[in-house]
Design a binder for this molecule. Structure first.
Ligand code: ZN
Ligand code: ZN
Length: 269
């Protein structure tokens, strides 16, 4: 990208995405309080999040947030898929990376404190990314996106997680899927991934960080994978699209916003 085509600001670089960013529902009735997916019959956790609770217990993420829904087939899902595909032309990958970085940066500027507050802390001293489980050896584009472009993350970005097991299915929550360096010991850590499907990667990353001594761990996924074919999702999405995107809209309930310290840790047991 030549310098004359480089966006002048985070606001400018994130603006094109405003046309297709869709906020996830805040925690509430029929919404899973971890992944903001739909739940039925009065449960407060969906199946994968409930599984994470029984397998990982207190090693799970202390709070979870999502920049946008990524409905299958939508532009957001395409952005999240193509920014990291090596067979996509470089100029396209680069422009997607810039757009996603700016979007994450702008969103964190408003909501990082909400994620911290929901985890019961004032702030995160360290930020890290979830390693690729595909076994790629070159630098993962997510590291470029978070570590090199999202300047708002400052000097807090650390590379502390490593893939420890390659034999696990994509949806398996496991304490030993990743390992983390002791650098995180005693710190509150924000872990970032590009996409949340079942949460298995981010929850397992949280488990590794906590086993290495991290105190509270918050998680932010840029896109929350959303299947339109599931139950009444398509109709819900149609109604949801009528709302204009707002950078201020929060995926936590009102008590968490504005950094009010409330104990909203997930139930244990
Ligand atoms: Zn869930
Ligand atoms: Zn917020």
């Amino acid at each position: 990208m030549t310098s004359d085509r480089r966006p002048r600001s985070v606001v400018e670089a994130s603006a094109p995405l405003e046309h297709y960013l869709i906020s996830v529902p805040p925690v509430g009735v029929d919404v899973c309080k971890v992944c903001r997916g739909a739940v039925y019959d009065g449960y407060d956790l969906c199946y994968p999040c409930n599984q994470a609770r029984s397998v990982l217990r207190n090693l799970r993420l202390d709070s979870t947030a999502f920049v946008s829904l990524a409905p299958v087939g939508d532009q957001m899902a395409r952005d999240l898929y193509t920014y990291k595909r090596s067979n996509v032309p470089q100029y396209l990958r680069q422009s997607r990376t810039v757009g996603l970085s700016a979007t994450l940066w702008r969103w964190l500027a408003v909501h990082e404190k909400c994620v911290a507050s929901a985890a019961g802390v004032d702030s995160f001293e360290l930020i890290t990314t979830v390693p690729s489980t595909s076994g790629r050896t070159d630098e993962h584009p997510l590291d470029t996106l978070v570590g090199k472009i999202v300047v708002g993350s400052g000097g807090r970005v650390v590379d502390v997680l490593e893939l420890a097991r390659t034999d696990l299915g994509q949806r398996t929550q496991a304490k030993d899927r990743f390992s983390a360096s002791r650098e995180v010991c005693g710190h509150n850590v924000l872990v970032i991934d590009d996409t949340w499907t079942t949460g298995a990667k981010m929850q397992s990353a949280s488990a590794a960080l906590k086993q290495a001594g991290a105190r509270k761990v918050g998680g932010v996924a840029i896109g929350r994978w959303f299947t339109q074919s599931h139950k009444d999702n398509a109709n819900w999405l149609k109604a949801k699209r009528r709302d204009a995107w707002s950078w201020e809209e929060c995926c936590f309930d009102r008590d968490v916003r504005g950094n009010v310290a409330l104990d909203l840790s997930w139930p244990t047991g």
